[in-house]
Structures are given as C-alpha cells and as structure tokens.
Design a protein around this ligand. Structure first.
Ligand code: COA
Length: 506
C-alpha cells in the first residue's frame, strides 16, 4: 500500500494507536488456527472481507486447517468457492449462494446450517452456538475511539466484532469515505430483560454510525482496495414482467378496498432476479412515496429512487450491478437522508416487521396446492442457497407474498406441485402466490378452497389438468382438512428424478 498517501490512511484510521497494527493479508490470515470459529462481514456480496479469506485459502495449500465460518449472508469474489476448494470450510452458516460450496454441502463435505438471518447473532449472544475467535470485518474508517465504520453492508459484522475475542479489520480504500454516516448500529440487549427496539419507522435511527469495539481487541488492520463483486442481475423478461403486473394490479385493488393507501406499506423484496424485476415494475405503477424496510437493496431500489417513487430505504446491504454501483457510490452523499444500513438482526427483526406492517415479497422454488412454500431444497434433498431472510419476513409480514415462474428447466419442472418436497414457509405464513399466469389470494381460505384458486391462477397450463385431477381424487378418496393421497404426493418429484421431467411420459 506504499502508493496510499499517509494522510489518507490517517483520515481513515483516526485512532492513532491502531495505525501501528497495519498488517499484510498473509500476516492476518496466519492468526487463524485450525478449529477456530470466524465471523466475517459480507451480505449478498456487499461489504465482505476480501483479502484475509483469500490469504487463508492460499495458506491452506501449505498447511491444512478447517474452520467454522459465519457471515451475514453470501459472499462475493468467489470467496466461498476458493475456501471450499482449499478445504478450509468445515461448517458454514447462515447462508450461501455459491455453486462450488453448494455442491460440497450436497456431498456432505461441508456442514451447512441454514438459518433465519435474524437469528445467528441472537444464538451467539446467548452462548447457544460456539463463540467467535476472530471477527474479520470490512470497514471504510476507524473512529478516534476505535469504532469500526462498516462499508456497503452491516450484516452480522457489528455483533461479530463486539462478541469476538479478537478483531481483524479490512480497511477498504476503494469505498467512498462518504459511506460514513449511512449506518445505524443498534445492538439489542440480552434477553429476557431486553427493552423494545426503538425503530418505529423505516427512517428511524436508534444507534450509532459505527460499531463500538474496544480498540485493544483490534489486532490487525489489513488495507485493501478491492471493490465489491458486482451483482449479476438479468433484465426483466416476459414472465417476471407478467408477475410484476399481477402484483401491481393486486396492490391497486387493495388500495381500492381501503386496506392500503397509494404509498403502500413498507416493502421488502428478497434476493434474486424475480424479486428485483418485480420491484422494478413499480417504477411504472401509480404508487408514490414508497418506503422499503428490507434486507438487501438491489438495482431496483435505485431505479425507484430515480423515478421519484421511493422516499426512503432501510436495509442491511446494498448489492448492485457494476453500472448502478458506479452511479450510486459516486454520489452516495446524496443518499444520506434516504438510506440507512442496519445490523441484519434489526433489518430482519420479526417484531419490527410485524409492527411496521411490511409487505414481504420473496421467491419460491416451488409451492404446493395448499400454499406451503419451498425456497431452499431441489427435489427435497439438495440445498440451493438457504432460507435467508425470507422466513423472518414471511411469518411476520402484513402481506406475505411469494413469487415464482410457473415452470423451471424449460418446462420439465412445475413450480406448483401436489406437495412440496421440503417446507420452508408453511401454509400459515403465506398470503399471496404469484406466477406469470396469475395471482392466488389465500387470505381467509381453508385448504380445500385454496387448492382450486392456486391451480387455476398460478399453475402452468401444461400441468393444470394433472394437478386438478390429483386434488379431485384426494378430496373424493381421502378427504380431511388438507386432502392428500400420501402414496402419490411425491410422484411428480420422483418422476423428475427418474426421467428428468415431472410430466408423465405419454
Ligand atoms: N426446482 C428446481 N430448480 C428450480 C426450481 C424448482 N422448482 N425453480 C427454479 N429453479 C432453478 C432455476 O431453474 C434456476 O436455475 P439455474 O440457476 O440453473 O438457471 C435457479 O433455480 C434460480 O431460479 P431463478 O428463476 O433464476 O430465480 P432467482 O434468481 O430469483 O432465485 C431462489 C430463486 C428461490 C433460488 C432464490 O430467490 C433464493 O435462494 N431464495 C431463498 C432465499 C430468500 O428468499 N431470501 C430472501 C431474502 S434475502
């Protein structure tokens, strides 16, 4: 880092005694020993520690060691891939989205704890999971008294740093120092004597703009200049545009019925292509002065800001494509009164989500004729990414909405099935289901009433008669509150395993 002017570093490391703790990534990585539990920053590719984990992987080529790795959510820069290939990961939580790590998880080589994103640090704080040896946290600055100013995500970094025995800071000079002031670090107290979290609106600020830590715990500062990995966001297609259209029509109807006004309730949108497209669809909607109480802000958030539709967004991370990252981060100062980044236990806090009346929009892999949703497991066995924050929001939302394309893999897989092969969100947590074919409003409906509505509105026409036939025979031969023919419920999944398609061979 010899080319970095010393005055820049002084402005970024304002706590003088810490200036002596600058270390190389290799020196910092050498502190991490076999069997340790490491809490690293990073949430959906934003604000991840970048240099130390990659140096850990290099070290593992010479010296075998395995760790438990906790993060906020998924990481960029192929960090999960590289650590998996280096054999460093014994245990990983609470979320990932990397194909190489996913394969290792599904081979049983890495133990993956798929967890509600609001829960990890609650369990850490109360000693229910193993304590953190080192927190490795990306920062844009360190304050006079050693406070860590996070970068493009807060995720679990604050509690990791507070609860860890020792802290390594990755000071990333590629991030604008203007990010300082965007964060609101409020740490809930221990239970059962916790008082309510004073977040009463999307724009509430309840904590400090930095993570308060004892500077003595900061044992190394690694200076980096690596930018966040860009999000890969595909543009809306015919299906996602149709899904957005159905959802907007539904929300307009809710306004007409007096259940919402034209500013709607705070919005949450999950990760992925579909949720991002749905939110983009609001650019051309009649709604205005929208607010978000979400966990990830994708490109669509900034499209809504630029269209003058959004007045405030609260989240735990900002994950943008390179085009939007350029635009937003060059001008981040202008967003200071429009954005706040919080710890994920606050952005995803069930009590706040319930109290603010959040409209939660998340993506399903598949759902069944009664409204149970599978977001995580392909064929009931193989992990895709994890539940992420979808459960934090779905159970507690004012409106719990799940979107999906009606078929996957060119029509070989129906996303609407007789019985889901794995349940992440039970029928009790799901209000609205949407595919490109239409929207099923499940509110106030018993299971026997839900099935025809889901089949008629959401199922792909190619699978509709098959599903209706299953439901009709389940009702007439078995009955019950939730009719099923158990020996047939998984036939579609079994057929896909055997033939590659859920469609019966003619
Ligand atoms: N069975 C098997 N595969 C399926 C499937 C099904 N029923 N439905 C979709 N898929 C596959 C797609 O074919 C695609 O595969 P590919 O990557 O090989 O092309 C992949 O799943 C992703 O689907 P896509 O349609 O591109 O949607 P997405 O990018 O929006 O991702 C989820 C969808 C469900 C995987 C993603 O939203 C997720 O991980 N959700 C759980 C976590 C969550 O909801 N978090 C919210 C708060 S962060």
């Amino acid at each position: 880092m010899s080319h970095v002017p010393p005055t820049d570093l002084e402005a970024r490391i304002r706590c003088k005694p810490l200036r002596d703790r600058i270390a190389t990534p290799e020196e910092a990585a050498a502190l991490i020993k076999d069997g340790m539990t490491i809490g690293m920053s990073g949430f959906t590719k934003a604000g991840d520690a970048k240099a130390v984990p990659l140096a850990m992987a290099e070290r593992a080529a010479r010296e075998k060691f395995r760790i438990t790795l906790m993060t906020g959510a998924s990481l960029g820069h192929d960090i999960d891939k590289t650590l998996t290939e280096a054999g460093v990961l014994a245990r990983r939580l609470p979320f990932q989205s990397d194909p190489v790590l996913r394969a290792a998880i599904n081979r049983g080589e890495v133990m993956f704890i798929d967890q509600h994103l609001s829960e990890t640090v609650e369990q850490l704080r109360s000693g229910q999971i193993s304590p953190i040896d080192y927190a490795v946290v990306e920062a844009v600055a360190i304050t006079d008294d050693g406070g860590i100013v996070p970068s493009t995500s807060v995720g679990n970094s604050a509690s990791f740093a507070i609860l860890a025995k020792k802290v390594i800071v990755e000071l990333n000079l590629s991030h604008s120092p203007e990010l300082e002031g965007l964060h609101d670090i409020f740490i809930p107290a221990k239970r059962p004597s916790r008082t309510p979290i004073p977040v009463v609106a999307c724009d509430s600020r309840a904590g400090s703009p930095y993570i308060p830590v004892d500077p003595e715990k900061i044992v190394a500062i690694v200076v980096t200049e690596k930018e966040d990995s860009a999000a890969r966001i595909s543009p809306p297609d015919a299906e996602t545009t149709a899904i957005a259209g159905h959802l907007i029509g539904f929300l307009e109807e809710e306004v007409r019925k007096g259940r919402l006004d034209m500013t709607l309730n705070p919005l949450q949108a999950g990760i992925g292509v579909i949720a991002n497209s749905v939110l983009s669809g609001l650019v051309d909607s009649p709604f205005h002065d929208l607010r978000m109480y979400s966990e990830v802000l994708q490109d669509s958030t900034f499209e809504l800001f630029e269209a003058g539709k959004l007045s405030f967004a609260s989240a735990s991370s900002m994950t943008l494509s390179s085009a939007w990252a350029d635009r937003v981060f060059r001008n981040i100062g202008a967003y200071k009164d429009k954005l706040v980044l919080r710890p994920q236990e606050v952005s995803n806090h069930p009590e706040i989500i319930r109290r603010l009346g959040v409209i939660g929009i998340n993506t399903a892999l598949e759902f069944d004729i009664y409204g149970n949703v599978n977001s995580t497991h392909v064929g009931g066995t193989d992990m895709m990414n994890g539940i992420g924050g979808s459960g934090d929001f779905a159970r507690n939302a004012f409106l719990s909405i799940f979107v999906a394309k009606s078929v996957a893999k060119g029509g070989a897989i129906s996303s609407v099935v007789p019985m889901v092969s794995h349940v992440d969100h039970t029928e009790h947590d799901v209000d609205i289901l949407v595919t490109e074919h239409g929207l099923a409003d499940l509110r106030g409906l018993a299971p026997r009433e839900r099935a025809p509505v889901i089949i008629e509105n959401c199922c792909h026409p190619a699978y509709r008669a098959l599903l209706s036939d299953y439901f009709g025979r389940a009702v007439s031969t078995r009955g019950g509150q939730t009719p099923h023919i158990l020996e047939e419920s998984f036939d579609w999944h079994v057929r896909r395993l055997k033939t590659g398609s859920m469609m019966p061979v003619a």
